[in-house]
Ligand binder design. Structure first.
Ligand code: NAD
Length: 373
């Protein structure tokens, strides 16, 4: 069975779905690995390194591969080159993505979307969402630090004492916790808030303060550990209570998301106006519409003296390590699907069924199907 690694073609994408050090994991399982020339170059992995580890280079991997490992959803042209009955594993952004999914279904490709893996213990080595959020949380702090007209740490110098920057993190999930840790390592004073009270201890263990807001969040978390949506009245109160934390901050990093929904707006223009000039907001929820009312996805906006950054695809800006982690995620998932050198699907297994979007020419994932109507 041939596993193909095409070069990513989406604009700005620098990651690759397989790194050389993991080629051996696949060949060791009896699979042949074909890599498109230049596939890993933007991430720092040269063709020769793949070949040295046992892969072959091929100019048309899509046409030859039984299993295609990708980062971004394939384009119409890429789908047109894939073998019918091939298996595709990637970050397919499946919700509402009718064009791609219908084309894959028409091509009879079996498609797995890494975003849909259940977040169960067995799936941890395959958890691409967490891996990519880790990179985003880290990079968000560096972006903020490079735009802030202040230093992060407390510095006592002959020219006087510089007070540390104050960072407020909204949403202490995977990205938020990484942002907290990174900001602390740079020497900032960090405060954070999340609707899930369960994360208070994790926030404190990183040396940050958990903002205690007088909000009732008893039923904030679902079985999978994700936040549940709150009422508009709740968000109104949250904005009101968080006003103090935001006005006191030099940097605000927002990561608040509720799965399958538009991001809640937690920072209004008025709240931005209340911040000190020069302050920076990095809105990691930009791809889902943003947590700040002024966020323009993919752009930097400067208003009321405050810079609001709405980055898209931050993991691609750290392509070496993002690819390394993602490659571990996809190869672990592929190893789960392969038995005796072939993909064999056990649809009774939630780890197989959870991320399965298209099977035998049909879109089979219920929530994804509902999002296409
Ligand atoms: P996410 O990206 O969906 O959300 C980011 C954070 O925003 C979450 O912590 C959420 O509680 C928070 N949030 C939502 N609305 C908010 C609001 N109004 N104000 C403040 N914060 C708000 O979540 P994620 O980071 O991908 O994961 C969240 C949790 O899922 C983890 O912390 C963990 O408990 C669980 N998880 C479990 C596994 C596993 O393998 N078992 C793996 C990854 C994550």
């Amino acid at each position: 069975m041939i596993v193909g690694i095409p070069k990513e073609t989406a604009a700005g994408e620098r990651r690759v779905a397989l790194v050389p050090e993991l080629v051996g994991k696949l060949t060791g399982a009896g699979l042949e690995v074909l890599v498109e020339p230049g596939a890993g170059e933007a991430a720092g992995f040269l063709d020769a390194a793949y070949v040295e580890k046992g892969a072959r280079l091929d100019g048309d991997v899509l046409a030859r591969a039984d299993v295609v490992l990708k980062v971004q959803p394939p384009s119409a042209a890429e789908i047109g080159r894939m073998k019918p009955d091939a298996t595709l594993i990637g970050l397919l952004s499946p919700y509402g993505n009718a064009t791609t999914l219908n084309a894959l279904a028409a091509r009879k490709v079996t498609a797995f979307s890494m975003e849909l893996l259940p977040r169960i213990t067995r799936a941890q080595p395959m958890d691409a969402l967490s891996a990519m959020s880790t990179v985003s949380g880290y990079k968000a702090v560096l972006m903020a630090a490079s735009r802030l007209p202040k230093v992060f740490p407390l510095l006592m110098t002959a020219a006087g004492t510089l007070t540390p920057a104050r960072v407020f993190v909204i949403g202490a999930g995977v990205a938020g916790l990484q942002a907290i840790g990174t900001a602390r390592r740079l020497g900032a004073v960090v405060e954070a808030y999340d609707t899930r009270p369960a994360v208070k201890e994790q926030v404190e263990s990183l040396g940050a303060k958990f903002a205690e807001l007088p909000l009732q969040t008893a039923d904030a978390q679902d079985k999978g550990g994700y936040a549940k949506a709150q009422s508009e009245e709740f968000y109104r109160k949250q904005r009101e209570f968080m006003g103090r934390c935001i006005a006191a901050a030099d940097v605000v990093i927002t990561t608040a998301l509720v799965p399958g929904q538009k991001a809640p707006v937690l920072i209004t223009e008025e709240m931005v106006q209340g911040m000190r000039p020069g302050s920076v907001i990095v809105d990691l929820a930009a791809e889902q519409g943003g947590n700040c009312a002024l966020t323009q996805p993919g752009q930097d906006v400067v208003k009321h003296g405050v810079t609001v950054i709405g980055p898209l695809n931050l993991p691609s800006s750290v392509p070496f390590h993002a690819s390394q982690m993602y490659a571990r995620n996809v190869t672990s998932f592929l190893a789960h699907l392969v038995k005796d050198g072939r993909v064999q699907l056990d649809l009774a297994d939630e780890l197989t069924k959870g991320p399965l979007v298209i099977h035998q020419g049909e879109i089979v994932h219920e929530a994804v199907k509902a999002s296409l109507k």
